[in-house]
Design a protein around this ligand. Sequence first.
Ligand code: DGY
Length: 339
Amino acid sequence: MPLPIVVATRQLPPNAWDALIAQAQVVCWEHDCSVSHEWLLDRIPEAQALYCLLTDRIDQDVLQVGTQLRVISTMSVGYDHIDIPTCTARNIPVGHTPGILTETTADLAFALLMAAARRITEGAEYVRQGHWAEWKPDLLLGRDIYGATLGIVGFGRIGQAVARRAQGFGMNVLAVRSPREHRETSEPSHLSGINGESSDMASVTFVDLATALRESDFLSLHVPLTPDTQHLMGTSEFQNMKRSSMLINTSRGAVVDQDALYAALQQGTIGGAALDVTDPEPLPASHPLLTLPNCLVIPHLGSASTATRLLMADMAVENVLAGLRGERLPHCVNPEVYQ
Ligand code: DGY
């Protein structure tokens, strides 16, 4: 029996690669840059499986020619780059990599929060440029993290992991569960620990988005990108935030209306922003956001630790292999295909 064909849009780490080639014939994009759409369209008709990245657009064009696809697996937890309704209609299960990148991404969100609060990149640049002549009582004064209020928008795995860090730093945590609930008027509710587990951590208070906007000193976004969350943060949301507050985004760039963010930062409607994700990605070096001293942008590094990226590749391969064997994917985003 010939081995099934897997198209992979990027080279895999050795462990994941070995597991894949033991059970499949792999057609791999060999370059260290995003796959060309043309290359993908040329190769996908022969593929039974697709291993892809969050930078690949898996749209109607790809799915239309991928007539033999039995599984699609993305090496990411986010799957907004894949046309899921079409996959589901075609009965193609789609796998992703939840869980294993939670702590790593929460670390990064917290690193951004701390960098923005304490002006770390400005300080480093100040030294690098030779401006450090003496210690001054008012040099690059930042904001205290201890005692500040952190609003967490989206209280899934990563949001909860950020809350744990915030509690360790003595912050008050306001959690907004999901965009749908943000629009409902809900009484603030207090919870000991997270998700009702008994815990020695300070309490998390569940609030609606309006309350989180109004009361937070830092607001960190942890919602997936969906039609409901696209431009969740726009002009009116920024206007409802404290003038000193800082926005942290490690979710997806399009959750924020970036033009509105630029205006809010430039006009001092909010105090600052630290972004791991932008719209588009990569953000052009000439983008106006990069001219603002109160905006820190890094290149989508949320899950970028060596250990986590290896685990993500392993998990993505597990999804591919399960799909090829006709088994339920261990981490499936559209389990409806099994009904
Ligand atoms: C994901 O996996 O969706 C993350 O954005 C990668 O860091």
